[in-house]
Design a protein around this ligand. Sequence first.
Ligand code: FAD
Length: 179
Amino acid sequence: VVPAENLLGGEGRGFDMGQHRLAYGRLRHGMHNVAMAQRALDMATAHVTSRETFGKPLHERQAVQFMLAECATQLYISRLMLLHIAYKAEKGMDLRQENSIAKVYLAHMVHHVVDTAIQLHGALGYSQDTPLARWYTHIRSQRLVDGPDEVHRWTVGRNVIKAFQANGTTASAAGGDLL
Ligand SMILES: Cc1cc2nc3c(=O)[nH]c(=O)nc-3n(C[C@H](O)[C@H](O)[C@H](O)COP(=O)(O)OP(=O)(O)OC[C@H]3O[C@@H](n4cnc5c(N)ncnc54)[C@H](O)[C@@H]3O)c2cc1C
């Protein structure tokens, strides 16, 4: 039995405290996802600049350049999302909506970038000779841990509706109040 004087946060406040911890946990997961995606994009780029197929280096093919561009775009969006949420955290502002949006987006982003890196490595990417295949399995959990996609989207969608009903615009639920 835990003595009453050892109660943390006050009676009935356990769920709120758990949610608070989870908010920062999601932010940390997001940072890991950006770091892993960045490493995967570096590996993909190193590979395509050294590999030649059908008489031409892979990096000279526009289809390959478009794949790298899409990954870079998603990484950039992810970095901005995290910076914005970190700013709100530092200022003690409510960051729950942005955090849910980013949690889902970054889980898909890292999945996409690692998947692209595997694709550009060909069979080598699927093998155990690079860490990519192991990462691919590991990051799949990101769409489940700290709440699955559907539960976050459920909350985000309800907040969009609430914002519209309260303000006649959904901007505050879509990162529109940036600071
Ligand atoms: C690697 C790993 C580490 C974990 N670490 C922790 C941890 O440290 N602490 C902790 O408490 N938990 C942890 N979890 C548990 C994780 O938070 C849960 O797995 C997650 O919240 C989903 O719950 P569930 O597995 O019970 O799936 P369920 O709740 O049974 O949901 C199954 C699926 O149904 C769908 N679904 C569920 N609810 C809805 C809804 N309302 N609307 C639409 N679709 C829905 C989703 O697709 C969901 O993936 C971890 C899980 C994994 C895989």
